[in-house]
Structures are given as C-alpha cells and as structure tokens.
Design a protein around this ligand. Sequence first.
Ligand code: C2E
Ligand code: CA
Ligand code: CA
Length: 721
Amino acid sequence: MINALKLSDGFRRNFVREVILPLMAILLLTFAGAGMGLFWGTSLTNNEARDQQQRMIEASFAQSLSEHLRQLRSLTRWSPLADQLALAHPDQSWLTQNVGGWLYDMFDHQLVILLDRDNQLVNVWRNGQPVPDKRVGPYLHEMLQSPLVLSSDVAAGPADRADFVRIGQRAAALAVGDISSTKQAGRYRLVSIKFLDDGYLRNLSDRSQLRQLHFSDTEPAGKTKARYLLNSQQGNPVGYLSWQPDKPGAQMLRTIGPSTLLSVMLITLLCLFMVRRIWTSSLKLSQSLLQLGASEAQAQHLAFHDVLTGLPNRSLVEDRLTQALALAGRHDQRVALLLLDLDRFKNINDTYGHHAGDEMIMEVARRLNDIVRASDTVGRIGGDEFIIVMPDVENIGQVQSLANRIIARLSEPYQWVGSELWVGVSVGLALAPKDGIDRLELMRKADIALYEAKNHGRGQYRQFEKVMDESLRTRQQMAADLRQALVKWDGLAVWYQPLMDISGQRVVGLEALLRWHHAERGDVSPGDFIAIAEETGMIIPLGEWVLREACKTALRLPDIVVAVNVSPVQFRASNFVERIVEIVREEGADPTQMELEITEGVLIEDEHEARNSIIALREAGFRIALDDFGTGYSSLNYLSTFPVDKIKIDRSFTQSLGVAQNSTAIVESVVRLGHAMGLTVTAEGVETEGQKNALADAGCNQLQGYLFSHAVPFEEIEKMV
Ligand code: C2E
Ligand code: CA
Ligand code: CA
C-alpha cells in the first residue's frame, strides 16, 4: 500500500514533468502563435483597408475638386458668356439663368460670384438666385481678397484653380476661373463655392463608397471611426472627415473566430483525452513493471532462500562459501564449514506430525542465527540439514566452541502445544585451507566428519581428519564389492554358533551369523560390512537371505531353535512383519522354531511401531530375543514395555566378570529381573570356564561363546548336534 502510494506520487511528479508540462508548453505556444498571427493579420488587413479608404477619399476629394473646376470651366470658356459680359450692360436675367442658376441647378454650386477686373463684386448668386445688393458675409469678403482668388497673373492668360477653404465657420470647396475670350471681358473672373455640407458629402460618399461620412471642424472624439484631415493646397487644415471604416480583418475574425475557438477547444479536449490515456496506460505500465520487479525480486529471493526458514539455501550458501574461500586465499585467512544434521528428527515428524517438524526446524533456524556471528552464513540445505560458513576464522578453538554451543543450544527443549520436544544435532566440520581450498572438497570433507559424528553416537561434533577420508574410501569400495557379492551370491555364507544349555554340554540353539569372504581382503568382519549393508539398504536382501538359510537349517534340525539377527533397518522397513512371515512360510519352516534377535536401537526409533511389530511377530509364533542387553541406556525400562521372550546379556558384561567390581552383582540382578518377567536369559561371549561358572551361579539359562564354539559352517554344527 505504502509502496503503491510512493509509486503514484513519484509517478505523478514524473508524469507532470515529462508529459503535461511539455504538452502545455506546446499548446500555449501554438495557441499564442495562432492568436498573434490572427491578431496581426486582422490589424494588417484593417490598416490596409483604412489606408485604401483614405486614399480613396483623398482621390474623391481631388476628383470632386477637379470636377468642380471643370464645371466652372464649362462657363468660363463659354464664349457667349464672355460676349455677354463684353456688353456695356449685360443682361442680368440672362446671367442669372446661364451662370448662377445654371451652375446651381446642374452642379449644386451654392455660391457663385462674378468679379470684375478690379475684383469688385459684379454679381452674387446664392443657390441659383441673385443676392440683392450683392451682400456677402465678412468672411467671404475676406476670402475674395485672398491670394487664392486674386493671384492670377493676367498677363499669362486665364488660369483656373480650386481648393478647399474655410469661410468663417464653414468648410467649402472653392473654384476660381478667369473668363477670357475677349479682351474686354478678359478680366472677369468667376468664383464658385460648394459648402462641404451633407449634400456634398453624400455625393462623395456615393462615389467613395464610405459609410457614415461626416465632416467636423475639430478632430472627432472616439476611436471607432476613421478620420482624415482635409488640408487646403496651401496646407491649411480645413476640417476633419470621419467615417465608419470598413474592417475586413475584423470581418474575417468574426467569420473564422468561432471556428478557430472551436478548434482550439477541440484540440485542448483532444489533448486532455490523450493525456488521460497516456496517464492510464503508463500508470499501468509502470505498475506492471513494478509488479514485474517485485515478482522478480521475489523469485530471486525464492531462488536463493529456503521457504520455511527464510535462510539462504544451498546454492546461496555455496556461493558465499566460494566467495569466502576466494577471499581467504588472497588474505591468508581460514574458513570453517560446519554441516549440521538433526538427530532422530524423523521421529518428531512421524510422532507429532509435519507441523511440529516445521515448527522445530524454524526454531532451530532461529537459535542458529542467534548463536553465529553477523559475518557467518547459516543456510538450510535439506530437511533437517543445516550449514554454517564461518569466514575469517582466527583459530580452531573458535570453531570448536561454536560447535559446542550449537550442540548445547539445539538440545534444549522445544515447546510444542504444551509439551516439550527434544532433538539432538551432529556436526561435521572442515577447515580451509587445511582440509582443502575447493568448495566441493571442503563440503565433502565436512560431510565425512558429519558421518563420523553420527556414527559415533550422535549429539557431538567431529572435525575432519585424513583417516576418516581413507576409511570412507574403503567403505565405499566395500559397498561396491558387497553389491557385487550380492548380485552373484559369491563369497557370502551363513555360519552358525551354538547356544548351549547351562551345563555347556548340550546344544539348544543356533545363532545364524553372516560371513563374507572378500576375494582380496579375505574374511571381512560383520562388524564392518553389516554397517555398510545397513547404510546402503543392502541389509534387506541380505537379511532375508540369511533368514531363508536359517529356515532350511531349522528344517534339518527340528529340535533346535535357530536365531537370526534383525537389523533396525530391516525392522523399520514398511512391510517387515509380512515379509518375515511370508519367507518362513515359503521355506516351510515353523515360526515357533525361529528366534529373532533385535537390539534396543529398534525400540528407540519408534516405540509405538516397534511394539506393534513385536506383538505381531510373537502372535505369528516367532520368539523375540533382546540382543546385546545392557549396552543401551534404559534397557530395564524397555523390558517392561516390550513383550520379548529372551534377553541376551552382552558379551562385555560376561567378559567383565571377575575383572570389574560388582559385575557379578549386576549380572545377577539382570538375571533375577529377567526371570521375574518370565524371560529366558542367555549370556554371550563366554570364553572361560570361570565365566561359565559365574554365569551358572548367577542363574543364566543359556550360554554362547568361543568356550564352546566359534561360528562354523552348517556341516560342522550338524556334527556337533
Ligand atoms: P552379535 O549378534 O552380538 O553376534 C555375536 C557376535 O559375537 C558374533 O560376531 C560372534 O562371532 C561373536 N562371538 C561369539 N562368541 C564370542 C566369544 O566368546 N568372544 C568374542 N569376543 N566374540 C564372540 P560376528 O559374527 O563378528 O558378528 C558381529 C555382529 O554382526 C553380530 O553381533 C551381529 O550384530 C551382526 N551380524 C552378524 N550376522 C548378521 C546377520 O546375519 N544379520 C544381521 N542383521 N546382523 C548380523
Ligand atoms: Ca546376535
Ligand atoms: Ca549380541
């Protein structure tokens, strides 16, 4: 959850930085550029239009001025007028009709003035009508005296001119034309005035196609209108023209504006949508990448750690060991390797269930972790096998003390649903570079040491020694040879050692003992090869074979009980009881004539199961003897729990008779106890008459030993019987 939050926070920041900000910048730039372009285009178009309109109006004014002049000229160059004026008394009504009236009617010349050679007013017409007394306002009067009107150079011939002028408060277009056709009339001059009134402007407006054309004396206020300062040709301001400018740019903006806005909105929306999609898809991507990373890390962890304890697994420990060895090689240091195997852990699993077993393994892991140094590596490499790599070992005492602490700590009780469980541990240790500098070599040697520790009674540690390796090699060779012997049934034989009655005179039973004659080594002691057969599982076919042989012997000697040794390995095999019963039946022997010798080892492993097997075998008719009695730790306890028929006092007791103090007393008490429980008591290893007598005195029932006979082939026993 926290991870997810962190992710989305960092992710969000990243996303904003890498996607949203650049996108916003692009959008802003694009829009700003488009907006500026639009604005610029609009104002450019507008300005151009305004300039054009201005040019148009200038042209219109110029044109109207020149028209004005042309209209005037149509009179000044008209000879009948000159002729008329040449008369001593020109016809006034003719003049009105053809000059003032005509100009007004035809061309709207509002004020027409005829001046004589002395610039005296001859006639004045206003709106086509003669003005009585030729009265003109003072401003007009002033105007008529102005250079514009007077400046004509008479000598140079007639000259026409026109201009815009101000007459008092009014602006007007003024044209002057000399009437020149006759010498007498040459000095007459016609002045025409058109006021820039609405009519004039309308005319202008029609021509220039400008809307709302206005004339004002002062600069018009307001910015919406276009304006034009009308100047006279002398450069005197005449007045302002203002009009409603055509704004094609604005028009264009109005047309394309909404669609542009719409597309801006659309693009923005599209971008938002895209951002959303990119957001979700990259969020998904980053999440799945994260998940991938997590599961990769998890897989990585799983690949190198034990699931139950979380300890490094074999491959990780091997890796660490390799590293430690490489480092030690360079810095001249020592590395210790400890292999641990829990003793009788299988019991816990079988008796209390796997759950208890798992709990115990976890607790063992915890305890180990508590004991070791931080630089050490504790790993689990098998069901109840652990490994410790100690780099940088200063002295062997350090390793030994660790091994001792491990053994002590692990053998403390474990709590399991209210009850206390115990387990032991065997430790094998090897040291680099003494025992090798190669990982595999070191592992192998620690393993040998562990095997030795287990073989020497468990609950202890063993340090690797060269001899161990040699004995291991021998054992391996012997195992191979034994397998060969088993395949060909070559060199194997069953010999028999007699059991005598207490007088030592009569053979009452036989113990079948396996013999192996090795082609090179000669006779191999069962003490050596039985262990190998047990380790390799070969004891099962071997034991069955011995039993078959014993059955045959029993059939030949019907009065004698034949005893067969049963290894704990055989005993624990799942269908052990059925196999025994079946073999004896197949051989046609009588189970009551057969005796099975078991050791305490059988009982210790699984009391409950062992008890059931013993009961089943006894029910099938077999006799059960407890072999090597007195060598284990709680023999007397077992006697009360397991229903056996015989105890065989171990030869170490027999041979201590008369040597160790109170050995006689011990034997006597064992015999008494056996008898009290209704058991036959046999003594093994009787080698002397003294032992024989002492045993007889103690009350033993049967005797066995070299004093009577070694184990011999069947033919010899047959003779003895
Ligand atoms: P065990 O069952 O205690 O067998 C008795 C051993 O004591 C035999 O050694 C026997 O030769 C030896 N012995 C007999 N009398 C004397 C004596 O007066 N003095 C001395 N010092 N020893 C005596 P062996 O034949 O070497 O067998 C050793 C062990 O091998 C046996 O001990 C038995 O545990 C095992 N073994 C032998 N044959 C078989 C077999 O067929 N199956 C199984 N499972 N174990 C066998
Ligand atoms: Ca025996
Ligand atoms: Ca024995």
